[in-house]
Design a protein around this ligand. Structure first.
Ligand code: PRP
Ligand code: URA
Length: 210
């Protein structure tokens, strides 16, 4: 495993992912869990946000103390399912800007198709956190990162809750320059390009469709 991939080891994340996988977990609980996992993972993924010392007057004295510096973080969910992770990140960084990339997988070819892209500017000066619960073939994630680069994005991080080895390998190969955060690395893809054991269709489970 390259060191641009970080797989979460925290027992709280593992526990919540197990609850997500359970087919008996309903929409409401599923949504809450996705948000909570995104927040826990975000804490790890944002540990290198730049800071600068600013002057603060405490009730005791004035001191220099670090605060997040630079342009605001951009969170970019891949629609639809990535939307479920946004509030978890906003709980950590309420001032983050939100971009959107709309991609869907063709059910036959499993290839991603773009239908929407809107990013906060100036995108080249922001840390960009791309979020999607699932990295299966890696087609959607890789394409999303390519779009962001085409729009000028440079400092890109990708965060998913569950990855298949195939998708992780593709994202690493296509974008060796980005940092990837994975909640849990699963066994393999099945013949329909679903992750095994996975959690099923993340978008449908978040939004209660199907
Ligand atoms: C799911 C998921 C990822 C993609 C992963 O989205 O949220 O975006 O599949 O698969 P891949 O790695 O093989 O590209 P889907 O296309 O089902 O769209 P949805 O979020 O609108 O349900
Ligand atoms: N998209 C999902 O939502 N789940 C999978 O297992 C694969 C792609």
């Amino acid at each position: 495993m390259n060191n641009n991939v970080i797989i979460m080891e925290h027992p709280l994340i593992k526990h919540k992912i197990s609850m997500l996988r359970d087919e008996n977990t309903g929409t409401n609980e599923f949504r809450t869990l996705v948000e909570e996992i995104a927040m826990l993972m975000g804490y790890e993924a944002l540990r290198d946000l730049p800071t600068e010392d600013v002057e603060i007057k405490t009730p005791i004295e004035t001191c220099m103390s670090p605060m997040i510096s630079g342009k605001k973080l951009a969170v970019v969910p891949i629609l639809r399912a990535g939307l479920g992770m946004v509030n978890g990140i906003l709980a950590l960084v309420p001032s983050a800007k939100i971009g959107h990339i709309g991609l869907y997988r063709d059910p036959e070819t499993h290839e991603p198709h773009e239908y929407y892209c809107k990013l906060p500017s100036p995108i080249d000066q922001r840390t960009i956190l791309v979020v999607d619960p699932m990295l299966a073939t890696g087609g959607s994630g890789s394409e999303a990162v390519t779009f962001i680069k085409q729009h000028g994005g440079k400092n890109i991080k990708f965060m998913c809750i569950i990855a298949a080895p195939e998708g992780l390998a593709r994202l690493q190969k296509d974008h060796p320059d980005i940092q990837i955060y994975v909640g849990q690395l699963d066994r393999e893809l099945n013949e329909n390009a679903y992750i095994c054991p996975g959690l099923g269709d993340a978008g449908d489970r978040i939004f209660g469709t199907k």
